[in-house]
Ligand binder design. Sequence first.
Ligand code: ATP
Ligand code: MG
Length: 574
Amino acid sequence: MRQNTLLAPTLREAPADSEAISHQLLLRAGFIRQLAAGIYTYLPLGWRVLRKLESIVRQEMDAAGAQELLMPAMQPAELWQESGRYDVYGPELIRLSDRHDRAFALGPTHEEVITALVRDEIQSYRKLPVTLYQIQTKYRDERRPRFGLLRGREFLMKDAYSFDTSWEGLNRTYWRMYEAYGAIFARCGLNVRPVEADAGAIGGEGSTHEFMALADIGEDTIASCTHCDYASNLEKARAGDRGAQTSTDRTSVIPQPEKIHTPNIRTINELVAALDIHANELIKTIVALVDGKPVAILVRGDHDVNEIKVRHYFGGAANFEMADADTIERLTGAAVGFLGPIGLDLPILADIAVARMSGGVAGANERDFHLRNVQPLRDIPHAQIGDFRNVAERDPCPRCEEGTLAFNRGIEVGHVFKLGTKYSEKLGAAFLNAEGKRQAAIMGCYGIGVSRMLSAIAEQNHDAGGLVWPLAIAPFHVHLIPVSIKDETQMQAAERLYQELSARGIEVLLDDRDERPGVKFKDADLFGIPMQVVVGKQAGEGLVEFKFRNQTLKNTIPIDEATRRIMEKMNSIG
Ligand code: ATP
Ligand code: MG
């Protein structure tokens, strides 16, 4: 490809509203352009990378035995009503109607369509198991589209759906997909960590994993062990018991709760400072509405409530909402900041770490007063004890005896999930088993954010000069830069090399623009094509400069040697 006619409009400055470095660089290097919030055009360079990502995804999915198809984005609302998701999906679902006023939705995901297809087309266990996938444009009216392709409203996803005749079968399919995902991310040069994630109420055997690309900009927190391979999304992470004390044997020695005057002290920090104690000696009382019903949750002052764990306690409640100040006063009669568990007329959940406290400070349910010496097991006997908090850094690992938990930020680039019969039952996707009995298919679903991957790779692979693409997914393999297109010797050498490399299947971008060398080199670094060949003054002697984009070392070598090095590097990606 000749750069002179390539549509890759570069920008000196990133637009002010681009926060993520990947977003800035993809805009600046002319890989993408925004059409509306969360909606992008992939320009030729960006599209070339996406096509390579797609191709790796295809190869690995095909190798894992999945079959590709393509389903419509526009889906009749009736299907979504059948599954029960038309209402619960909420404002993220883009709804529209046709000229006959029939309701449709733009697919945010395709469980409904694929399950209806399999219901209609597969009747016998002989046709199972089957895994079907597509690479297709999804629509989600995200509340906060941001970070460029990381959270879009129109984006490219690979979604796969498996149909098995048994849970054991699903288990095999699930782990095959898990392995395929590992291979995909490795080939694309993404540093990814599979983590346990919350399976919701429909997880069947409860297993689900998210594949997290490590990056500070990531919206998810990963808790992982410093010693073993335990890694979990924060929403699901558990803390180990190691080193935990129980307070039961000490209940008797703790004096009765005693009121202390704490005028105008409302926050944890103020309380800690005023009483000269540590936050782990405080009992925080949080009032929430779980599916509209009020409940008080107790966690230690240095801990946070985990809303997902609370929702699970209530059998997978759909809604968790912190009560506002007015609601709290109405329900408890206590002012925010002085709320406490003793004498509270609400169902109470106490986190295990609270139950283990041997005398803490809590609100007294009276303005300007707290209580000390609160012994949860003794003083709040009706509290339900359980795991209701987020783990904290340095908590003991729940799996091994040595490690502690450390936190990282991650971008969810993939997700594998056991659905069980949730959709097959609702939509009637049943088959006749070997005994001639009708049985609902056991499903799994497996997503990869293909366009999100593009940004995640950019997030992990850049430097001060611009993007640094891994070879396997780079828009071109070689950036060939004659310093001056007016110099005939240079141009002849460059053209010859261009032809020769192209003939060997190497993708070369030839910078045939009449620009100053500085501009060309800056753009080359911004684009991030992994190998750069500069044809300059020594072209007449058959010498060029060769450089890998991710290294600073530049070598002046004979043209043949440059070709040899390029071919050698190409062999490394197979
Ligand atoms: P998130 O928690 O980030 O909103 P999700 O859990 O809703 O994602 P899934 O329904 O599991 O996402 O979709 C499968 C994959 O699609 C995700 O792992 C992610 O890589 C990608 N994806 C989801 N939402 C978006 C989006 N708004 N923009 C780009 N990619 C997305
Ligand atoms: Mg997900």
